[in-house]
Design a binder for this molecule. Structure first.
Ligand SMILES: Cc1cc2nc3c(=O)[nH]c(=O)nc-3n(C[C@H](O)[C@H](O)[C@H](O)COP(=O)(O)OP(=O)(O)OC[C@H]3O[C@@H](n4cnc5c(N)ncnc54)[C@H](O)[C@@H]3O)c2cc1C
Length: 582
């Protein structure tokens, strides 16, 4: 990028919106009093730090992007305004697709060991209280532990961000091309033809720094000021839930009630707020959730011990570690890309956390964006490739957020009879009716293999459709498909590897059976365009029938780009299409 002593001119985006400015003069052409961020732009930056991709926010999504880019050898810098220490738990549920991403980065053992012990049941329990009545339970035998399922080499796991974020941080910073800076706050940026010039406040030294980059990725979460400065709106349900999150230590909680071990416990009471307990470490740590505006508005006055007494009983030992308030909405950003800026994770979509979609959807964003940024920087990505991030990922964001919203509405519509906690015949009947309603309507909230593995990029500007009918979009059950746009299915190979283990950082051409079409013309076309491609022959018949065609081209993110029983008429057109130049 040509950054010289001349003042830079361009569009600047800061915490207060878009302004025209000339860096160097430090003057805003608009009324400076309406553009206070101008004060934060240095008159003459002492040192300009250069990177290829600047990532704002070292939450799990930013860290995962840094790790993915590092894994691909792309220099990047990730800045985080906090010191990186996590004091309070948020996400715990890691779905099978996220575990598959972790498998590719070699961290699944760490995630499994850090999270809930393998023998702890992932049961979802519904009770009036732990000392009261059990209403229903949803078992999840496909979750946790190490035995593979039929559809994935990885099972969903429970690993809270208390442990997951440090694993991702260590992974990212293990790559020499990744730079992580804590206590650096992104303030504003200028974009011109050649790239991004960002202004960052080093909170440790109270200095203003300048970072230049080819691309800027906003992973700064739901309150992103960067997104707001771009004028990108979040749209969706206006329904806001107000919550308290209470971090509790309650060792061996299950010894103080008769309901057994469960990973999630929902409390259903005739009166009172919605409440739940979320298991964190399988021993003593829990997140106690309480919904209600009255708690949110005045957390200082909340008696967390009394609330805990109500659900667990006064005799149950506990220590309240911390209390935080948070609100939940189901919204998606209008745009995922504007020029050289991309939005990912909570900066792009927010949802109620019950189904465990937020972090997992954010990791899906990263899997899509990482290879596209890498292709653009390596020079083989076409002009449509980066645009395809929005056209592929935004529909997935809308889909998952819609599902979270539907789940919430189902829960809110459910009538709780006044006798539900009574030890009478009426009480038993009320619980029976509630049980039937929960089993009918709520399994989709907790068993989400279809949501996790079944999303497809259809239509996609960079996949080559084959005219086959779309696969049904399901929630609880995942139906494997090699239809272009789908996640390439998992199957075990004779040598013990999963088909997913064949997919590296480039494209993979799978050829099935004893006499598959020769791949030479495709290999030559990809080589001509400088595109990374590896080839694999697969003899196993069951895998051939799962993949449905003789030749299947898989993208660097493990999604199918093209499939056929024959060679393409124009291999160069295929290469151009899947690199975003078609
Ligand atoms: C109670 C609760 C339970 C949840 N449970 C689940 C679950 O089980 N499964 C699931 O998938 N999801 C769950 N989620 C959602 C999940 O926590 C989020 O989706 C996830 O943390 C989003 O990650 P992120 O990296 O996009 O954003 P964040 O985690 O919000 O990280 C953004 C980072 O950017 C930093 N930042 C912000 N502005 C700046 C700036 N100007 N400069 C530098 N840094 C900045 C912030 O300090 C922060 O560290 C839950 C959420 C909540 C609240």
């Amino acid at each position: 990028m040509g950054i010289g002593p001349e003042p830079l001119r361009g569009l600047a985006y800061g915490r207060y919106g878009c302004i025209q400015l000339a860096i160097g003069s430090g003057r805003c052409k608009d009324n400076p009093r309406r553009c206070p961020n101008v004060e934060q732009v240095p008159a003459m930056p002492k040192e300009i730090l250069r990177t290829r991709v600047l990532i704002v926010g070292a939450g799990p999504v930013g860290l995962a992007l840094a790790a993915d880019l590092g894994w691909r050898g792309i220099p990047c810098t990730i800045i985080e305004q906090s010191d990186g220490v996590i004091h309070h738990p948020r996400a715990t549920a890691v779905n099978a697709r996220s575990m598959e991403f972790f498998r590719r980065w070699g961290i699944t053992d760490l995630v499994r060991k850090a999270g809930t012990p393998p023998d702890f049941p992932h049961t979802v329990l519904f009770v009036t209280s732990l000392q009261g009545f059990e209403i229903a339970r949803i078992e999840r035998p496909g979750h946790g532990g190490i035995r593979p399922t039929e559809t994935s080499p990885e099972r969903p796991q429970r690993c809270n961000q208390l442990w997951l974020d440090p694993i991702l941080r260590d992974l990212a910073t293990g790559f020499s091309c990744v730079t992580l800076r804590y206590r650096w706050r992104f303030e504003s940026f200028v974009e011109d033809q050649e790239g991004i010039v960002a202004t960052v406040h080093d909170l440790g030294t109270d200095e203003v720094r300048t970072i230049t980059a080819d691309y800027l990725v906003d992973c700064s979460g739901g309150h992103s000021t960067l997104r707001q400065s771009l004028g990108i709106e979040m749209r969706g349900s206006p329904d806001i839930d107000y919550n308290l999150s209470i971090f509790v230590r309650a060792p061996d909680l299950w010894k103080y009630h008769d309901k057994g071990k469960a990973a999630l416990i929902h409390f259903i009471a005739a009166q009172g707020p919605r409440r739940n307990l979320v298991l964190l470490d399988g021993r003593e740590l829990w997140r106690f959730g309480v919904t209600g505006k009255e708690f949110y508005d005045d957390p200082e006055r909340v008696d967390a011990n009394r609330l805990f007494d109500e659900v667990a009983g006064e005799e149950t030992p506990r220590e309240i570690i911390s209390v935080r308030r948070w609100s939940a909405r189901d919204v998606v950003a209008d745009r995922y890309r504007l020029g050289r800026v991309f939005l990912a994770g909570d900066a792009a979509h927010l949802n109620h956390p019950d189904g465990g979609f937020g972090l997992n959807t954010g990791l899906g964003d990263i899997a899509d964006l990482g290879w596209k940024l890498s292709a653009a920087l390596e020079g083989w990505g076409g002009s449509l490739l980066l645009d395809s991030y929005e056209s592929e990922r935004r529909p997935v964001g809308l889909r998952n957020v819609r599902q979270a919203e539907e789940n919430l509405q189902i829960k809110k519509r459910r009538q709780i009879e006044s006798t539900i906690g009574d030890s009478t015949t009426e009480g038993a009947e009320a619980r029976h009716r509630m049980r039937a309603a929960i089993l009918r309507d709520s399994t989709r909230n907790y068993v989400t293999d279809g949501t996790a593995l079944g999303y497809t990029y259809d239509p996609s500007p960079i996949c080559w459709g084959d005219g086959s009918p779309p696969t049904a979009d399901t929630i609880t059950e995942y139906r494997p498909s090699s239809r272009p746009g789908s996640r390439a299915p998992h199957a075990w190979l004779a040598d013990g590897r999963s088909t997913l283990d064949l997919f590296g950082s480039g494209f993979t051409l799978l050829r099935f059976g004893d006499d598959p079409p020769a791949a030479d013309s495709i290999v030559a076309a990809f080589a001509r365009r400088g595109m990374p491609l590896s080839e694999d022959r697969i003899q196993e018949r069951n895998v051939r029938s799962l993949y449905e065609r003789s030749v299947v081209l898989v993208r660097p993110d493990g999604h199918v780009a093209w499939r056929s029983d024959d060679l393409p008429d124009d291999p160069l057109a295929l290469a151009d299409r899947v690199r975003g130049a078609g």
